[in-house]
Design a protein around this ligand. Structure first.
Ligand SMILES: C[S@@+](CC[C@H](N)C(=O)[O-])C[C@H]1O[C@@H](n2cnc3c(N)ncnc32)[C@H](O)[C@@H]1O
Length: 302
């Protein structure tokens, strides 16, 4: 029996943000993403925008679940190098995430010259409801590791595509089908009973195809990104960091305190098993956090 009812981490956004930032730190996530924006983004997205729109265009960007903005703001800055100006609307429900995003923008004013950030504390479903039948159009929309949290995954894909200008680009990144998290949720359907259905790149591809949305056949090495998280502290007794990592990976608030000791052990053992992680000779345990990027460009009608 559980000690308390297991609570989905999204029902406590402050806890989500706290555990997410520990997870990001242990994965060098932001450094990896920033490198991706420097190395892959220009070819995957920027060059295509340049082909479709004149340099005088104000590029309207929508960021969905942009978190504290480390990757989003880099993408906006990259776009600004080729266009006159950029307006970046951000839809992010986490108050603490937006506080960090604001500080980032404030601290790098010169880097973001010519870019207007419009940060809105909303989930994508609230945004949709507010926009009604006349949704704004965007030249570039990104959902970086956030589409899982939309009320209706498949319909949100269609909605975001509909919000594109002709020639506009939708970039979605999502966990790969060989990632530890995807394996974990498949292995423990009980977790999905609490957090709802979860999704990986296969569902994204199926979703795009089900709406007849053409997406790019990106070479595997550009589309698929190797990533790992050092989860060694999850196995250190009493480690606060380890507990937060387990909370983010299981997507349950205080999993240690609220799950039965048997279920906790079963889940944590699985997280550290070779299904999800690699054990190094020095004892470090690296959780597989591979992700994929998929890009869809709306054709320009003749
Ligand atoms: C895994 S984080 C990714 C953050 C950021 N895109 C990044 O890569 O660093 C997921 C983000 O989605 C946000 N989120 C949660 N529910 C959401 C919703 N309904 N609509 C949009 N974003 C949501 C969370 O607050 C969180 O900031």
């Amino acid at each position: 029996m559980e000690k308390a009812k297991l609570k989905y981490i999204l029902d406590d956004l402050d806890h989500y943000t706290k555990s997410y930032h520990v997870f990001a730190k242990k994965s060098s996530k932001f450094t990896g993403l920033v490198k991706w924006v420097e190395d892959v983004f220009p070819k995957l997205v920027l060059d295509k925008l340049v082909e479709s729109f004149s340099a005088e265009t104000q590029i309207n960007v929508l960021g969905v679940g942009s978190g504290s903005g480390e990757m989003d703001s880099k993408m906006a800055a990259s776009i600004k190098t080729r266009f006159k100006s950029v307006r970046n609307v951000v839809v992010e429900p986490g108050e603490k995430q937006l506080e960090k995003y604001r500080s980032l923008v404030e601290s790098k004013k010169s880097e973001f010259e010519g870019i207007e950030f419009d940060l809105r504390q909303l989930g994508i479903d609230e945004y949709r409801a507010l926009e009604g039948n006349h949704s704004s159009k965007y030249h570039f929309i990104n959902a970086i590791q956030s589409l899982y949290y939309a009320d209706d995954f498949n319909d949100t894909i269609r909605y975001l595509y509909d919000c594109l200008e002709e020639g506009g680009i939708l970039l979605i990144t999502i966990i790969s089908d060989i990632s530890g998290s995807w394996r974990l949720w498949n292995h423990f359907p009980r977790l999905q009973d609490i957090i709802g259905p979860y999704f990986c790149v296969q569902h994204l591809r199926q979703g795009l195809s089900s709406h007849d949305i053409p997406f790019h056949d990106i070479p595997f090495d550009e589309n698929h990104q190797r990533a790992h998280v050092d989860i060694t502290s999850c196995f250190e007794k009493g480690s606060k960091e380890g507990k937060l990592l387990v909370d983010f990976i299981s997507q349950i608030v205080d999993f240690h305190g609220s799950a039965s000791p048997e279920f906790y052990k079963e889940v944590v053992d699985y997280i550290g098993s070779e299904e999800c992680s690699e054990r190094k000779e020095d004892g470090t345990i690296l959780y597989n956090n591979d992700w994929d990027a998929v890009v869809a460009q709306k054709p320009i009608s003749k």
